[in-house]
Design a protein around this ligand. Structure first.
Ligand code: HEC
Length: 126
């Protein structure tokens, strides 16, 4: 068998490339299951208007770092309260430079479980 070394080299190369792939998984931030559920809600309902990367406006402001920004928005409102109010009653506080175009019937459209998960997810965006 003349070609055996070549074949072995090929097999080795294939094995190595398979190993190289397995050894470098894409780093994904780990979210707890509730926040993961909230992320899915976000992707389905909010991502059309809100980016999660800095300084990127789609229709609404980027929600990058919203858990931190939220604390500074309305005096007397903590981050979680502000975020909840922003989702349920977006017209109460309108971010400067934006129009109040967020849908207001989310409380009816989302289950309270999905809503809680969504808030939990947004609270991870520090
Ligand atoms: C039709 C586009 C649109 C959709 C869909 C939308 N938003 Fe918004 N959102 C906006 C706009 C525009 C603003 C800025 C005006 C205001 O404050 O209401 C905003 C503001 C916000 C703010 C306040 C941001 C800040 O910096 O204070 C939060 C939080 C927010 N949205 C969350 C959400 C979540 C969560 C969803 C999905 C359930 C959602 N939005 C869906 C357009 C949208």
């Amino acid at each position: 068998m003349k070609n055996k070394p070549a074949l072995m080299a090929l097999v080795t190369a294939l094995l190595l490339s398979a190993c190289a792939k397995a050894a470098t998984p894409v780093p994904t931030p780990t979210l707890d299951p509730i926040a993961l559920q909230g992320q899915a809600v976000f992707n389905a309902r909010c991502a059309t208007c809100h980016a999660l990367v800095p300084d990127t406006i789609i229709i609404g402001p980027s929600l990058y770092g919203i858990a931190t920004t939220a604390e500074t928005r309305v005096e007397g409102q903590g981050a979680e309260e502000y975020i909840t109010m922003s989702v349920l009653r977006p017209g109460d506080y309108v971010v400067e430079g934006f129009n109040n175009v967020m849908i207001t019937n989310l409380a009816k459209e989302l289950t309270s479980e999905d809503l809680d998960a969504l808030i939990a997810f947004l609270m991870t965006l520090k």
